[in-house]
Ligand binder design. Structure first.
Ligand SMILES: [Zn+2]
Ligand SMILES: [Zn+2]
Length: 144
């Protein structure tokens, strides 16, 4: 980790959408829920979260599309390359989640947990010793 940095940049696959996150972030963890897995075509998605006041587009905001999987849930992706890297939920106004994989430099923290672990796929073995939580609670799931 780079303790000197006050921010980190990120971008989509093609680079049309560029943004910057200002530290401190509020969390970083791996989400195993089915929505994250299907939205990203991945076994799990690693997210960080900041207040929207700490998220800024540098370019390409007009290329960002949002898929609404529910009345309050918005998944942001680049209309040009399809890379999915933002999550917003009107039930958590003023917050934005950003995928760690879209960042171009070090974050101010490392992933510290697995959430929605009850939905994890059985074809990827998690063996990193981090706590595994039920949904977004602090109830730990022992093992599967
Ligand atoms: Zn793109
Ligand atoms: Zn999820």
């Amino acid at each position: 980790m780079n303790q000197c940095s006050k921010s980190v940049r990120g971008r989509c696959f093609c680079g049309a959408v560029q943004f910057v996150l200002t530290f401190p972030t509020d969390m970083c963890g791996h989400c195993h829920c089915e929505s994250c897995r299907r939205a990203h075509g991945a076994a799990f998605v690693t997210w960080t979260e900041v207040p929207k006041t700490q998220f800024q587009f540098l370019s390409g905001e007009d290329r960002l599309k949002r898929y609404n999987s529910g009345s309050t849930v918005h998944w942001g992706f680049c209309a040009n390359c399809g890379a999915s890297f933002l999550y917003e939920n009107e039930d958590a106004p003023g917050r934005v989640w950003v995928t760690m994989a879209s960042l171009t430099g070090p974050l101010d923290r490392v992933p510290d947990s697995h959430v929605s672990f009850e939905e994890h796929v059985d074809w990827f073995k998690v063996n990193d010793g981090l706590p595994r939580y039920k949904e977004k609670s602090e109830i730990e799931i022992d093992s599967f």
